[in-house]
Design a protein around this ligand. Sequence first.
Ligand code: SF4
Length: 64
Amino acid sequence: MMAKTPWVEREECIGCGACVDVCPEVFQLDDDDKSECYNPTGAPDEEIQKAIDDCPTQCIHWRE
Ligand code: SF4
């Protein structure tokens, strides 16, 4: 079974950094201050889910 992994809908990201605060093992801001999912399996699902829940524009999604 494949693990589900997160992805960022880049156009909707406002670069607030909330996901990086919650889950720096998975998300980082790129040179354009957009969140980049640089390590999709870097944290437990629960921690990634918290980043998803905290995103103000709800632009982080699961890919199953
Ligand atoms: S929490 Fe959402 S809007 Fe903020 S940087 Fe992360 S993906 Fe972008």
